[in-house]
Design a protein around this ligand. Structure first.
Ligand SMILES: *Cc1c(COP(=O)(O)O)cnc(C)c1O
Length: 454
């Protein structure tokens, strides 16, 4: 292992505003639609579900910079700014002439980037007098983050956790419970949506789609209760831009600018967070960085999905979102990167991808764990199974650069650590993990009935 080089910023360099990419986009994303009327969703339409400020941010097509409230910035100081690290150990292990950097979001108290959005979402709810929150969680990262954020502002939280993760990742459940949240395995018998899913498919192991349906139903049927989502939506991507804004300054300290920026991809929040601040320099014509979203081969919405209006959840409670999707009924294989098991990509990402302003790759499960163990051995950190997809993509790019004899500066986001995911590592080390391929027939079967884009 060689000594890796860290670039640290002082607290005063925590950004004072988030970057909203929408006003800079050459083609704006299509609006979300009300499924009943097919009319564009307004901020007011979202008020029953989200805090009013998050609702306004969701449809803000005009302001590039949104001020971060001081109480939120103060709480960011618990772990931000996060380190940017030159991964010399990994470079050496690969024998690459490229320079590889990673932004280490795993240093947050809950071990992932998710707290960057959990804190402002809980704050805005508290400010308007909300008392209860509800949400879904896949691998448990978002649930853990919102549990802590709810605690910070004295809000009660109920978390619907995808059943397969509830069983595979009991410690994430304990973390949420330690912060005082109530955790329910989804699909559950506690909602109409859950009961219907269980009736139709008794062994349903849950997905982010089922958990979102249940959480949304609870929020809509409980007074003074709001829902918070950990990915996909514009306001979540917005909050995550603190990652890229800090990284931009840190790359400057390192005396470099990235040729390639990579993030793993579930619904798009950590990818957007690291990518959008750099992408603004592409959109203004000043740079030509390549952006790569790394998704699992078992849930390849950006590389194999279709761009259509689709629901964000399994039961069809959410607005229609213009997204690259595998269909809201798509049931991804039970891979260990639980946070990447989501059928669609956010509206902004989908438009950027469709316009050729970013790329996507899909990574088989075994390749992600090979990358993860190489990273652990060479850098010392055990990455989250989700983040390992970004590492695998970075390794592919470094190898390609060497083949082409053109060294690159590669930056990826380490979205979280894997210390609570050791069951997954155990299974990998025991040779028990497999790759999962999605057939074209599966994609066609789940997407053929979707609403066309208009
Ligand atoms: C949730 C999660 C992801 C995937 O979600 P995005 O919104 O796509 O970022 C990736 N990495 C980690 C560690 C996560 O917890």
């Amino acid at each position: 292992m060689s000594e890796s080089k860290k670039f640290l910023l002082p607290e005063k360099d925590i950004p004072t505003a988030w970057f909203n990419i929408i006003p800079s986009m050459p083609v704006k994303p299509r609006p979300m639609l009300n499924p009943a009327t097919k009319q564009p969703i307004t901020a007011e339409d979202l008020y029953p579900l989200f805090s009013e400020e998050a609702s306004r941010q969701e449809v803000n097509y005009t302001d590039n910079w949104i001020t971060i409230p001081e109480p939120v910035r103060d709480l960011y100081k618990i772990w931000r700014p996060t380190p940017l690290v030159r991964a010399r150990g990994l470079e050496k292990a690969l024998g690459t002439s490229s320079h590889i950097y990673y932004k280490n979001e795993s240093v947050s108290p809950v071990g992932s980037h998710k707290l960057n959005s959990a804190i402002p979402q809980a704050y805005y709810c508290k400010e308007q007098g909300v008392t209860n929150l509800t949400t879904e969680t896949g691998a448990g990262q978002w649930g853990a983050a919102l549990s802590l954020a709810s605690r910070m502002f004295g809000l009660e939280l109920a978390v619907y956790m995808v059943k397969v993760s509830y069983n595979q990742k009991p410690y994430r459940r304990s973390i949420m419970q330690t912060y005082g949240a109530e955790v329910i395995a989804s699909p559950s018998m506690s909602t109409k949506a859950g009961r219907k899913i269980i009736t139709d498919t008794p062994n349903h192991q849950g997905s982010l789609g089922t958990a979102i349906s249940e959480a949304v139903e609870l929020a809509m049927s409980t007074p003074n209760c709001k829902y918070a989502l950990g990915s996909v939506l514009n306001h979540v991507a917005l909050h995550q831009t603190v990652i890229g804004l800090e990284a931009e300054k840190q790359m400057e300290m390192a005396g470099e600018y990235p040729d390639i920026v990579i993030g793993c991809f579930g619904g798009g929040s950590n990818f957007s967070g690291i990518a959008f601040p750099f992408m603004r320099h592409n959109l203004s014509g000043d740079r030509s960085t390549r952006f790569i979203a790394a998704e699992p081969a078992s849930c390849p919405k950006l590389t194999r999905g279709v761009l259509q209006y689709d629901f964000g959840d399994e039961s069809g409670y959410t607005p229609l979102i213009p997204m690259y999707t595998l269909g809201h009924n798509f049931r991804p294989a039970n891979i260990h990167a639980g946070g990447l098991r989501y059928h669609g990509a956010g509206a902004v990402i989908s438009q950027l991808k469709s316009d050729g302003l970013m790329d996507a790759v899909d990574i088989p499960q075994l390749e992600s764990f090979e990358a993860a163990t190489l990273f652990a051995k060479s850098e010392g950190l055990i990455p989250a199974p989700e983040s390992s997809h970004a590492i695998a993509a970075a390794i592919r790019e470094a190898r390609r650069a060497d083949e082409e004899g053109r060294p690159r500066t590669i930056l990826f986001n380490l979205s979280g650590h894997g210390l609570i995911d050791m069951t997954a590592y155990d299974r990998y080390l025991a040779g028990d993990l497999a790759n999962y391929e999605v057939t074209d027939e599966e994609v066609a079967a789940n997407t053929s009935t979707l609403e066309p884009l208009i």
